[in-house]
Design a protein around this ligand. Structure first.
Ligand code: C6P
Length: 415
């Protein structure tokens, strides 16, 4: 991977102009420097306007009406689904289930696939770097059904320990579920290889792509995964909408998650017949404007090209890592720039992470402080919390410099 800024094909100043919030001052004369993209990304004007247009010109419920507005809204919403299918290389739009977010997609899988396919004594293999969303639903299932959870451990560098993975696969888990990019360490995991190993061991594979699909090329067929989950709000889209991708045979066999309108073909007092995929999993009126906004976000990223997005963000990450190393007392967790996305979690001597974030905020610099919903990953390194800066396509080298200056000022105050 070429880690130089000069190689970028992205027109960063033009990209920045698409994000109105970047003009914001957080106090008089204090310009926003938004480095909390792993929590949620900012939204370009194209996404904001598409949602505004829906409410002004097209607002109607979908899949129900036959009037003009209902038909236009249905087409716009279903077009978004097709764009998302093509963005991740799915064979068919029927494999794209709209949910509320990554968390709901994982809960859907635990509730529907888990309860239908797992029994007491079965094992599920997770990793120590998972977000709580990819741990707690399985813990809930474990206490209800009696399955056992195993966790792949981490190396000192913050990668998945492949020996630990191979050993735990020998226990023949029925399910392996892990992240493609850690939201604490930034580690990019070798999904294709690990999926192949899991399949050889007889397991079904779920990939938490909440942090990867927004930042790098992802093709579900090339990776060979069975399920993949992610959220719109981390990839320039709105909150309140996410994706569950699944292999058709697996989705077809799964029982529905919620019952109600839209997920049925026919209801009689004595029972119901289920709708086809993906509607079987989409009970009730969905987040229509959000779906349309999500489609626009995917268009925006596809136009930039995900290779270019990844290359630019890795250049920013490499630069930020280099600059952070200059600051005495900073310890960054996770691997080198080549093996990670734009997520930099660090501790700063014994200064509390909330103090670091608070002082940086007074200079307009937004980072996240705390455990980032990845407590086991922090526990692995014997720490409770980190400060985390995370990048996206509109961030620039000068903002990394501002972060570094801000960190020196933090030291002056707490030093
Ligand atoms: N991580 C962060 O600041 P939702 O909240 O459902 O859209 O995404 C959950 C989730 C699942 N997996 C990973 C790897 C994630 O990073 C997240 C969300 C945010 O790191 C909010 S806690």
């Amino acid at each position: 991977m070429d880690l130089s800024f000069e190689s970028t094909t992205l027109d960063i100043p033009a990209i920045r102009r698409d994000f109105p919030i970047l003009e914001r001052e957080t106090a008089p004369g204090v310009q926003l420097v938004y480095l909390d993209n792993a929590a949620t990304s900012q939204k370009p004007v194209q996404v904001i306007e598409s949602m505004d247009f829906y409410y002004r010109q097209m607002n109607a419920n979908i899949h129900r009406g036959i009037h003009c507005l209902a038909e236009e809204a249905t087409v716009a919403y279903e077009d978004a689904r097709k764009k998302i299918a093509s963005f991740i290389g799915a064979e068919s739009w029927r494999q794209i289930v709209f949910t509320r977010n990554t968390t709901e997609s994982l809960n859907l899988l635990a509730y529907s696939w888990g309860r239908a396919n797992l029994k007491a004594g079965d094992r599920i293999l997770l990793t120590e770097m998972e977000h709580h969303s990819n741990i707690v639903p399985w813990q809930m299932l474990a206490s209800e059904v009696g399955v056992t959870l195993d966790f792949v451990t981490l190396t000192d560098q913050g990668k998945l320990d492949q020996e630990s993975y191979a050993t735990l696969l020998e226990r023949e888990p029925k399910l392996v579920s892990f992240t493609q990019m850690s939201n604490m360490l930034g580690t990019i995991t070798p999904v294709a290889e690990m999926t192949e190993q899991a399949h050889r061991a007889g397991a079904v594979v779920i990939i938490d792509a909440a942090q990867s699909v927004p930042h790098m090329p992802v093709d579900v067929q090339e990776l060979g995964v069975d399920f993949m989950v992610f959220s719109a709000h981390k990839m320039l889209g709105p909150t309140g909408i996410g994706i569950l991708y699944g292999r058709k045979e697996l989705l077809q066999e799964m029982p529905p998650f919620l019952g109600g309108g839209d997920m049925i073909k026919r209801v009689q007092l004595g029972g119901f017949t289920m709708n086809d995929l993906p509607y079987k999993f989409e009970a009730g009126t969905p987040a229509i404007a959000e779906g349309i906004g999500f489609g626009e976000a995917v268009d925006y990223l596809a136009n930039l090209g995900m290779e270019a997005v990844h290359q630019y963000e890795q250049a920013l990450t490499a630069y930020a890592l280099e600059r952070l190393e200059e600051v005495p007392g900073i310890q960054v967790y996770g691997p080198e720039a080549e093996d990670k996305g734009g997520v930099l979690s660090f501790i700063y001597d014994d200064i509390h992470t909330h103090d670091v974030a608070h002082i940086l905020d007074s200079f307009g610099i937004a980072i996240r402080a705390g455990h980032h919903c990845a407590q086991p990953a922090h526990q692995h390194f014997d720490i409770d919390a980190t400060s985390r800066a995370s990048f996206y396509i509109y961030n620039v080298k000068e903002e990394v410099d501002q972060l570094i200056e801000g960190l020196y000022k933090v030291k002056e105050i707490f030093g």
